[in-house]
Design a protein around this ligand. Structure first.
Ligand code: SAM
Length: 250
């Protein structure tokens, strides 16, 4: 089945207006003494805002349709951006960065510890001396693991113009032993009368990660000065936090 990242226009209908996380990336990019890499940049939800804010930004993503959409949006705004196709564990760009950001659960698409570590080593190799990595994922709650498998959950519902709504349902199957989650997703465009006009199905997998494991991976990959936060206001990570934000330095 298709990946959700083959459909950038649907991704943008659902998520492009999300701004809950932007400030932390903007302030990190403003403080960076050099170029910024948006790793798993997608359609440029974060990257375009950083470019508009004056960052010299490059982007990397595995899915060409996401990159093509980002490129189109940057061109329309007269913004210059270098975008490279690459996976987490094998991406390569011609320059190094003062800051690498990895936003909105993208890092969770590393499905094994080996891939997580390889990704962090790649990030390290693309950082300038003293450079920083800033990464955000959801903090996996106890309810995530105890919730029922295979039941569609309405994750988001956003107006799509002309009285239509776009809805995303996620049916999760979890494997707590491996900390992985398989998602079968359905994106629906629903008319003003409530009838489903379009239905798009896709599948993806993620691996959730907790603080001690992330800390060990970052240290093993050569990072230091590692700090965890539980929200975008930089409050401490706690057992009941909803977000996991980590900063690490070379
Ligand atoms: C939830 S989206 C986040 C996109 C963007 N960072 C944002 O904040 O809107 C996850 C992104 O990870 C990318 N991705 C998934 N697997 C990947 C991989 N193995 N290597 C690189 N990028 C990947 C997808 O194409 C998608 O753009």
């Amino acid at each position: 089945m298709e990946s959700p990242f083959e459909r950038p226009e649907l991704y943008d209908l659902l998520f492009d207006t999300l701004e809950f996380d932007l400030e932390i990336y903007k302030s990190a990019a403003r403080g960076a003494r050099g170029p910024v890499l948006d790793l798993a940049c997608g359609t440029g939800r974060v990257g375009l805002k950083l470019l508009e804010d004056g960052a010299q930004l490059d982007g990397v993503d595995l899915y060409e349709p996401m990159l093509a959409h980002f490129r189109k949006k940057a061109d329309a705004r007269g913004l210059k951006v270098n975008l490279y196709r690459g996976g987490f564990t094998n991406f390569q760009t011609p320059r190094k960065y003062a800051l690498v950001v990895c936003a909105f659960n993208a890092f969770a698409h590393n499905l094994t510890q080996a891939d997580q570590l390889e990704t962090l080593r790649r990030v390290r190799d693309h950082l300038l001396p003293g450079g920083a990595f800033l990464c955000h994922m959801s903090f996996p709650s106890a309810e995530l693991w105890s919730g029922p498998d295979g039941v569609p959950i309405l994750e988001a519902e956003v107006p799509a113009g002309g009285g239509r709504m776009v809805k995303i349902y996620d049916s999760r199957t979890k494997n707590p032993l491996e900390q992985t989650q398989h998602s079968e997703m359905e994106i629906q465009i629903v008319g003003a009368d409530g009838g489903v006009i379009e239905s798009h199905k896709s599948e993806t997998d993620v691996r959730w990660i907790y603080k001690p494991e992330f800390e060990l991976l970052l240290t093993t990959a050569g990072f230091s000065k590692i700090n965890f936060f539980g929200d975008f206001d930089r409050s401490p990570l706690r057992a009941d936090s909803k977000q996991l934000i980590v900063t690490a330095h070379l």
